[in-house]
Ligand binder design. Structure first.
Ligand code: FMN
Length: 411
């Protein structure tokens, strides 16, 4: 069964840009939202027009940009732009959001087109305050952020770093990719993991044999990262324990990078009690070197090399043995033959509640590729197939986990 993520298609976003120095990043944010497949209407405050050109934004958007002149004007006012924009929007993003705009929003004022749009919309509102650190720390701004959150606006903390005003500190506008990720979390049609702690493992492990060589496998971490991001979109508090991968660290997630299977074992055992759902999608090495050479091994004089390996702990089996009845443990099985039988046997032996099995001989599934083809097998033995991108498969896996949580609640 294919699981298309149609909820990400053509979402209607109003992007409000206010008069902070970071307004110059507005065109990049617009582009990032467009690349993500969103339709975007841009609204500038009067202040923003001093920092970024409406012409640039209109050209990139392929449609007009809304400015303050459109609001109470004889020519455009009758079109009631704030109501039309408010009704059209599925999400309103203000990035950057100045201290001034934040204060006006909290007071519920409507003198600018952007303020009035926010007042009139039923869509979720995402604010990205960006300003000088002292402005951000001012009790008035701190209070306004708190009040905005109490009004159900999502206020995303600014980044730390060097600010345009010459200060080092908190106040930077987050990267466009972060703004897009927050948009997905706000737009996700399912929030069935709201407040639920989810622990995901991903990637390969590195088992060093000397200071520069290790035994590993081709796992890219893509499946685990997709599961972590998707659970976060759906409201979860996610911890991701990952072996070495070359993927960007996902936004919003507590990231715990590890190297070896022993590191991963320790991290998972330490964190498992805090998680309701534990998803083990890492490709953990079964063996490690019995001892790691302190010096780099030399090839001279050695035609062959015999490595002495010892077994690593079986993390999934250990978690299965320790878990409480209300925790849900999901395992992954990469199989090359008798997929369902082998995976089912693994599920029962390790006390997993669900197993996701993929056939590593298929070219569109498994290691490193962006797509996957898996069989989701339940304890009772019934299974169904999911085919799609790793994100689509992650969405489908979490649907099954969500059903299991609901059944448990109804018990
Ligand atoms: C050069 C310059 C840079 C500014 N940068 C910021 C900023 O980064 N964040 C902020 O909150 N205000 C900043 N301000 C102040 C705002 O422009 C000012 O409060 C304005 O009234 C904001 O109006 P608006 O929120 O309606 O766009 C800056 C002002 C100037 C002159």
């Amino acid at each position: 069964m294919a699981t298309m993520l149609t909820w990400k298609n053509k979402r209607r976003v109003v992007l409000g840009i206010t008069g902070g120095i970071a307004a110059y990043k507005g065109p990049e944010i617009l582009r990032a939202l467009q690349r993500a497949g969103c339709e975007v209407e841009v609204v500038l405050t009067e202040g923003a027009e001093s920092f970024v050109s409406p012409m640039v934004l209109s050209t990139l958007a392929g449609r007009r940009t809304w400015t303050q002149d459109d609001f109470l004007s004889q020519e455009k006012g009758w079109e009631i732009p704030h109501i039309n924009l408010a009704d059209w929007a599925e999400l309103v993003i203000i990035a950057p959001c100045t201290a001034e705009t934040l204060a006006r929003l909290v007071q519920g004022r409507g003198e600018s087109l952007l303020d009035a749009t926010v007042l009139a919309t039923k869509a979720p509102v995402l604010l990205f305050p960006a300003m000088n650190s002292h402005m951000l720390e001012h009790p008035a701004t701190v209070r306004n952020i708190k009040e905005a959150r109490a009004m159900s606006y999502t206020v995303v903390d600014p980044d730390e770093g060097s600010l345009a005003c010459g200060y080092e500190g908190k106040g930077r506008l987050p990267a466009p990719s972060v703004i897009v990720e927050e948009a997905w979390r706000a737009l996700s049609p399912r929030k069935d993991f709201a407040g639920v702690s989810v622990l995901v493992t991903a990637g390969p492990t590195w088992e060093f044999i000397d200071p520069v060589r290790f035994i590993s496998n081709p796992s890219s971490g893509k499946m685990g990262f997709a599961l972590a991001r998707t659970a976060w979109y759906r409201g979860a508090d996610v911890t991701l324990v990952s072996g070495p991968v070359s993927l960007p660290t996902p936004h919003g997630i507590t990231y715990c990078p590890v190297k070896s299977a022993m590191d991963m074992y320790k991290a998972v055992i330490e964190k498992m009690d805090f998680a309701k759902i534990i998803i083990k999608s890492a490709a953990v090495s079964d063996y490690r070197a019995a001892s790691i050479e302190m010096e780099k091994m030399k090839r001279e004089g050695k035609d062959t090399l015999t490595l002495n390996l010892v077994q690593n702990p079986d993390i999934a089996a250990e978690v299965g043995a320790r878990k409480s009845p209300d925790q849900i443990l999901v395992g992954f099985a990469a199989e090359s033959s008798h997929l369902v039988e082998h995976a089912k046997e693994k599920m029962l032996r390790k006390n997993l509640d669900l197993i996701v099995a993929n056939d590593i001989t298929a070219t569109d599934a498994g290691f490193a590729v962006d797509t996957n083809r898996v069989k989701i097998i339940k304890k009772a033995g019934d299974w169904h197939e999911l085919v799609g991108t790793k994100e689509e498969v992650a969405w489908g896996v979490l649907n099954t986990v969500s059903e299991m949580c609901q059944k448990e609640e109804n018990r």
